[in-house]
Design a protein around this ligand. Structure first.
Ligand SMILES: C[S@@+](CC[C@H](N)C(=O)[O-])C[C@H]1O[C@@H](n2cnc3c(N)ncnc32)[C@H](O)[C@@H]1O
Length: 312
């Protein structure tokens, strides 16, 4: 395998320390703490930190998810971006190439409280701050889609807090978040239209994170089949990169071998050249420093699919 763009030995200690512990980028941790404080939820964030609902059916569930699971969602995506243990083949290069500079249109679905896109950009910013990556001007137009209004409100707050730190590292972000239901064809077409209609960019990037809990519930994957097919067909028709990151749960494992996804990835084989073996499963795991409780180091495990269009 060719040498990685981000070599594990170049990952700064602020993100991956000598004890092999993942740290959330400071700017994102600060944004998260400020948002928790503004919602008077800092104290509860340390309690029962590992359990919590998978998403935001109700405002109360969204609050719980934000308070208890935001850090874990961030850590999982950060682990994929950095790949400090070299578990994920060239996956880290996919992120490094796409976010090295220029203009990128990023679709984050389901965006929830913004964990996935926020940590991806904050990690790139931290690598720039530590002079590991060059500070080429990078403009990122983030389109987020999620069914939950309260979750999207949290995502607005997080990005509001994070934007300046990103700007300081030459990363200029604009964010538009949309009500989206993966079960609904019209809302999926509308979301894709928001993301893809303007082709004034160097690359499109599709980031799907932590969706298996929802999709594997009560056979939802079958009802979402057509909409997911549409998302991937359009993504494949653009100069694009796809990263799909899930926890290593039974649900995620089952989903990854489901015939619906099998069909989608089989089709993508003709548009995207990596990986050569489409059913390969890339996994990694690590512990991370809890963003609120400094004495807690929960574990995080991931399952990854990544694809890149033929003209990277
Ligand atoms: C586990 S969260 C993941 C959010 C985010 N990607 C992350 O990594 O933190 C699952 C998200 O799916 C959203 N969701 C649930 N049903 C949905 C649907 N039918 N269409 C779109 N989003 C949905 C929830 O509101 C929730 O924000």
């Amino acid at each position: 395998m060719a040498e990685r763009i981000l070599r594990p030995e170049d990952i700064p200690k602020s993100l991956w320390n000598d004890d092999n512990l993942l740290h959330l980028p400071t700017a994102l941790r600060d944004a998260y703490l400020k948002t928790l404080i503004s919602k008077d939820k800092l104290e509860v964030a340390c309690k029962e930190y590992q359990s919590g609902p998978i998403g935001g059916e109700t405002p109360e569930e969204t609050d719980l998810h934000f308070v208890r699971r935001f850090g874990g969602s961030c850590a999982r995506v950060e682990l994929a971006v950095l790949d400090p243990k070299n578990d994920l083949k060239n996956a880290s290069d996919f992120f490094m190439r796409a976010f090295s500079g220029g203009r990128v249109r990023l679709l984050d679905i389901p965006c929830g409280c913004g964990a996935a896109s926020a940590v991806l950009l904050a990690t790139v910013a931290e690598l720039r701050r530590q002079n590991v990556l060059p500070r080429e001007p990078l403009e990122v137009i983030v389109t987020g889609g999620d069914k939950s209004d309260p979750a999207r409100n949290y995502a607005e707050l997080i990005f509001g807090e994070l934007k300046e730190a990103l700007r300081n590292q030459g990363i200029f972000v604009s964010v538009s978040l949309h009500s989206w239901d993966v079960m609904d064809g019209a809302s999926t077409t509308s979301l894709l239209d928001q993301w893809l209609s303007n082709q004034d960019c160097d690359r499109f990037f599709l980031l799907i994170a932590n969706f298996s809990g929802v999709l594997s519930n009560k056979g939802k994957i079958r009802k979402a089949r057509e909409q997911l097919g549409e998302v991937f067909r359009w993504t494949g028709a653009r100069r694009s990169t796809i990263a799909w990151i899930e926890p290593q749960t039974n649900e995620a494992n089952r989903l990854s071998v489901s015939d619906v996804l099998g069909e989608i990835f089989e089709r993508l084989k003709f548009w995207h050249y990596e990986p050569k073996v489409f059913d390969e499963k890339l996994t990694s795991k690590s512990n991370y420093l809890h963003p609120v409780c400094n004495d807690k180091t929960p574990s995080v495990r991931l399952l990854l699919r990544r694809l890149e269009s033929p003209k990277p």
